[in-house]
Every structure is written in C-alpha cells, then in structure tokens.
Design a protein around this ligand. Sequence first.
Ligand SMILES: CC(C)(COP(=O)(O)OP(=O)(O)OC[C@H]1O[C@@H](n2cnc3c(N)ncnc32)[C@H](O)[C@@H]1OP(=O)(O)O)[C@@H](O)C(=O)NCCC(=O)NCCS
Length: 267
Amino acid sequence: MPANQAETLGRETGNRPVVTRSEIVKGLRELGIEKGDQVLVHSSLSSFGYVEGGAASVIEALLEAVGTGGTVLAPTLTGKPSDGPDCPPCFDVRSSPAWTGRIPETMRNWPGAVRSVHPTHSVVALGAQARSLTAGHEECWTPCGEGSPWVKLARLGGKLVFLGVTLDCNTTFHAAEELAEVPYHLQPRPTRCRITDWHGHTFEREYLLHQWGTPRRFTAMEHILEQEGWLRRGQIGAARVLVVEDGPMLDYTVRLLRRDPWALVAR
Ligand SMILES: CC(C)(COP(=O)(O)OP(=O)(O)OC[C@H]1O[C@@H](n2cnc3c(N)ncnc32)[C@H](O)[C@@H]1OP(=O)(O)O)[C@@H](O)C(=O)NCCC(=O)NCCS
C-alpha cells in the first residue's frame, strides 16, 4: 500500500493499524494454519484495527489459508438466558441471526455456506468438509456432545482459531463439559423447540439446552495448553491470535473435568 494511502487510512481509522487480507493469510501461516486444515474461528473484527474489506476479507483470508481441501467454521449461536421449557426458542436455520459477531454473520450469508440445524448452538461452515461437519446436529439431544460439529471437528484433527478474543469464548469447552458429564452445563428438563430447516420445513423437537448462570474461568487453560504444545500465540495487526489443537485440547479437558467437574468454574 502506498505510504500516503496508509496515512489516509490511519487518519480515517483513528491510527488503528490497517490490516490487509494477505497480512491475515501470512499471520495464519506463521501460526501453523496449513492447506487442508479444518478450522473453527471465534473472532472480533474490531480487534485487528482496520481491516481493508472488513469481515469479507477475513473470511477470504481464512479460506485462502486452508485452501480448497480445507474447511472454515464459525459459531452462529442463537441461545439466550431465557431459553427453557417455559420459553422455548424458535430457530430458522436460514435466517436466525447469531450473536457471535460480524465475521460469523457474514459467513452465514456467504455463497455456499452450510449451517448446522440446532436451536441454540449452530455452526456455519465453508469448504471441503462443510456438509459432513454440520450434518446431523438436529439429531443431537445436547448442544455440543457426540455427533455435534463441536466434537466432530475435534475428532477430525481440527484447529480452533481465536482472532482477537480469548479462550473465554471457546464453546468447545462446553463439549468437554458434556463429555465429562459435569452437573451445571445442561438444564435438568428438556425444552420442546420449534425449528425450520433449509427446505422451510418446520418441526418441533425436544432438546436439553445450555444452562446459563455458571461463570467459567476458561482462560486458565491457556497456559496449560501452551505448556502441552497445543496452543500457539501470535498477532495480526492489533489482534492477539491463538491457534489451538482441538482434539488434544478436548481430550485433556474431559480428563480434567472428570477428575474435578468444578475445575473451570469461577468460584
Ligand atoms: C462480542 C464480539 C463479537 C465483539 O467483537 P467486535 O469486534 O466488537 O464486534 P464484531 O466482531 O461483530 O465486529 C463488528 C465491529 O467491528 C468494527 N468494524 C467495522 N468495520 C471494520 C473494519 N473494516 N475493520 C475493523 N473493524 C471494523 C466496528 O466497531 C463494528 O462494530 P459496530 O457494528 O458496532 O460498528 C467479540 O468480543 C466476541 O466475543 N467474539 C466471539 C464470540 C463467540 O464466538 N462466542 C462463542 C460463545 S461464548
């Protein structure tokens, strides 16, 4: 970029760093993202500084980094604290907005995007394994357990990427909580949810939903995962970036929570 253009952007953006798509690809490569990888991304667009092209550039960079054989996923969560048997959620896979940020929302509307069908914990995916990773979520009795994209990605050797956000938003820790059967993650009673699928077909089905209200301390895992060699840190623009090996992280956390179900609860 010519210096005068960068200066202009710098002024326009309050001197936040200006980040391009190719810089994001380079940053991801340095953190070990390779062609053929399956990556699930938790993100904050504003954390980069100013991204030329906005959320679309970040998604294009992720797709370029994993290549045509790879897959990019993002959480498109829709659950809220009031969800439960007395206030059942309605979910339309085609249109229900996610609260997980601009990048997942842009992905959700991306040509060819596939979103899993789940009333609270859906995932959007683009790329080679998008269909297989998202298929069957509607059959899962719990949000993040066996058969859900959250566990499937870990079993497939996937990676988790945190763009400007911390492990506090790592939904896959809830998968570990489910597999370890901790007593605070799921509601005690099922909720009959109303769901509309990709064909516009609406049906009702019972699920055990996420139980809100137990504060976690997931960032405590950062140091442990780094020591085990499963977490790398870097920076792209102003964004602090973490890349985590999903499978080893999940297995380790399940073992930890089986020993002490309260290990990651903030007391
Ligand atoms: C909540 C959260 C999404 C907020 O992050 P954020 O950066 O403020 O918001 P988004 O990622 O939605 O990006 C939109 C913001 O980027 C900024 N922005 C807009 N264009 C931009 C550009 N080209 N370059 C950089 N920033 C830009 C704006 O501030 C915009 O906010 P606005 O819509 O209010 O104007 C983030 O902190 C987070 O928690 N992400 C992870 C969520 C998750 O995965 N949760 C899982 C379960 S806990």
